[in-house]
Design a protein around this ligand. Sequence first.
Ligand SMILES: NC(=O)c1ccc[n+]([C@@H]2O[C@H](COP(=O)([O-])OP(=O)(O)OC[C@H]3O[C@@H](n4cnc5c(N)ncnc54)[C@H](O)[C@@H]3O)[C@@H](O)[C@H]2O)c1
Length: 273
Amino acid sequence: MELAGGAAIVTGAGGGIGGALAHRLAAEGLALVLSDLDADRLAATVASLPEGTDVTAVVGDVSDPAHHAELVTVAEDHGGLVLSVLNAAVYLPGQSWDMPIEQWQLQVDVNFWGVLHGVRAAVPAMAARGTGTVVAVSSGAGLVAMPMLAPYVATKHAVVGLMESLQHELARTNPGVRAAVVCPGNIATPLAMNSLDAANVVNEQLPDAAAGVVAGLRAGVAAGAGPMTVADAVVDAVREDRFWVLPQPEVAYGALDRVQRIVDGRPPVDLAG
Ligand SMILES: NC(=O)c1ccc[n+]([C@@H]2O[C@H](COP(=O)([O-])OP(=O)(O)OC[C@H]3O[C@@H](n4cnc5c(N)ncnc54)[C@H](O)[C@@H]3O)[C@@H](O)[C@H]2O)c1
């Protein structure tokens, strides 16, 4: 799809990858409709954009379908919705069986329902115009699994499956509208701290078996690539109508190893091991 005007929605725009996307899409000349639950972080992204950027900030919760309806209405009033990047997510570690159920629920609400509601709001507006791209930011954790992150892994896998089904549906019914899914590896952002904030966790207490694994996973994120790596990959993929967006090749190698293990009947590898 050509990026030639119109408006782009970015959820989670107060965060690392969402902020980079806002800058990259502003440079493409798109009007921006930026959303985040955290008003201060969202305002900081808006303030950092070049003067003259057509930007509207909407504070809200992606797990609320009414928030997505509002984002689409604003985009339609600013040149028409051409791109929706459903990027907001939370990442809370722990063991599957004793993580507080509220933390499971939050991750399903934000990471899965937050994307599905965004898809359901954006596609009808794009279909009416016959063009547009809906992008969901999943993760490498949507293609491979690691321990102590089951809700994150499960919801990110669900996003991959949702977007792949959606792409097949669009190809049959509205070929001018496209879906894409982004599976980054480690990207240096404050995802871990922001997620604890979102879940109101003041004093994180992880079981002994989880603590070391989680420290290693977080160290990996801190040493990750810059968020603009993802924003650049998203823009390239949208331009080239590509479904899979894997900004770092190691994610594809991990996915390939998993499929080879399925074919061979070998057990899955513990990537935190
Ligand atoms: N950082 C990484 O290593 C990494 C790797 C793979 C995928 N991702 C994905 O990239 C996306 C962006 O994450 P990031 O790393 O930039 O983290 P981030 O925490 O910097 O950004 C996420 C933003 O989402 C917002 N948010 C959280 N809950 C929300 C809600 N209910 N409604 C609206 N906004 C909400 C947060 O306030 C935050 O500003 C996420 O989908 C994440 O899963 C990140």
